[in-house]
Write a protein that binds this ligand. Structure first.
Ligand SMILES: NC(=O)c1ccc[n+]([C@@H]2O[C@H](COP(=O)([O-])OP(=O)(O)OC[C@H]3O[C@@H](n4cnc5c(N)ncnc54)[C@H](OP(=O)(O)O)[C@@H]3O)[C@@H](O)[C@H]2O)c1
Length: 313
């Protein structure tokens, strides 16, 4: 259950900054702890929202690289769905002046996940040119990350197949030279498609079938989501000892990378906004006071793009 609450603005400890949040995104991962999943690492009550942007409103003692008025992305913890957020200064990253506040609010989670997935594919295939000419299948290709993957993988020379569940979604996919589209509907994928790699956000039977029937020996299935709500069956994983299966968590990277690496990764995310590959469609922006309507829009089958929250009203 989510409800609005008014709390006092606490004093700032040394090393902390307070951020007046201007836009926060609603991402599928925000809703997982809300449903009670991740209960081993989420202490309730908590403030959701892993992604958003704001302006530094106060700085604690010992903070040298930020000052009031700086626009920042606070990374590494939830809490963006509130008016004022406190974060350690070392977890706050400057937003370049040419990136709008709306663009910045979706600049991190999906773009950085896309970059990590592509880095994992390159690592599997032996280096930066390793994905050139590889047959790569992308499930839930109409999702924000799916679209980013299609554009980036095609631009890097992979033979990409977008897998979507409806003709309507297929019609809205970005166009790119060499990009194939396969509408899966609610039928099994079929055994006629062959891939060197699959990047999967669906899991369940979709991911399991792809793993069993559609991956060439030596290939890789990278899973990063389970939009079906069902994990890939262990039997499907065990049935293919000749391919690699792994799950990618952005969180693991973010919490182990260190500030310098994260600064470079964010610079790549901002570049992706500038060249258009990492821009997200915005389906609507809601005041935080209308969070119930915002969540209903997020859940709607007619949603086209990201739902944003404006915590100032
Ligand atoms: N591992 C990580 O660190 C990480 C990081 C970020 C995101 N994620 C995951 O990545 C996934 C995508 O996130 P996003 O923000 O890109 O999503 P999004 O933009 O909200 O898009 C979700 C879209 O996927 C499609 N979809 C939903 N359920 C589906 C199903 N069962 N089968 C096929 N398609 C389905 C729907 O499109 P249509 O209705 O048009 O078919 C839906 O609009 C989520 O599972 C999220 O949790 C993981």
């Amino acid at each position: 259950m989510i409800r609005l609450a008014s709390l006092p603005r606490p004093a700032l400890d040394p090393g902390m900054v307070e951020i007046a949040v201007e836009r926060a995104a609603i991402n599928p991962s925000d809703l997982i702890p809300v449903t009670g999943a991740y209960s081993n690492r989420t202490v309730l009550p908590f403030v959701p929202g892993f992604e958003g942007v704001g302006t530094v409103s106060r700085v604690g003692a010992d903070v040298t690289h930020l000052k009031p008025g700086d626009r920042v992305l606070p990374l590494g913890a939830s809490g963006l769905w509130q008016t004022y957020l406190q974060r350690p200064a070392e977890w706050c990253f400057a937003v370049p002046a040419d990136v709008s506040t709306e663009q910045a609010s979706t600049a991190y989670v999906n773009p950085m996940t896309t970059l990590r997935l592509i880095a994992a594919l390159k690592e599997h295939f032996g280096g930066s040119c390793g994905i050139v000419g590889r047959r790569i299948g992308v499930t839930a290709a109409g999702s924000a990350i799916g679209r980013m993957l299609l554009m980036r993988l095609s631009a890097e020379g992979a033979e990409v197949t977008a897998m979507v569940r409806s003709e309507a979604t297929a019609a809205r996919l970005p166009t790119s030279p060499g990009l194939q589209t396969h509408v899966t509907g609610h039928q099994p994928i079929g055994k006629d498609l062959a891939f060197d790699a699959v990047v999967d956000a669906v899991g369940g039977d979709t991911g399991g079938d792809l793993l069993r029937h559609n991956l060439s020996p030596g290939g890789v299935l990278l899973q990063y989501g389970a939009l079906s709500g069902i994990p890939i069956a262990q039997e499907a994983i065990s049935a293919r000892p000749d391919v690699r299966f792994s799950f990618l968590w952005l969180r693991s990277f973010v919490h182990s990378a260190g500030r310098e690496v994260l600064t470079r990764a964010l610079a790549q995310c901002f570049d992706g906004l500038r060249d258009g590959a990492f821009l997200s469609d915005i389906a609507g922006t809601y005041p935080l006071s209308h969070i119930t309507e915002a969540l209903a829009h997020q859940d709607s089958p007619d949603r086209r793009g990201k739902v944003l929250i404006d915590p100032r009203c």
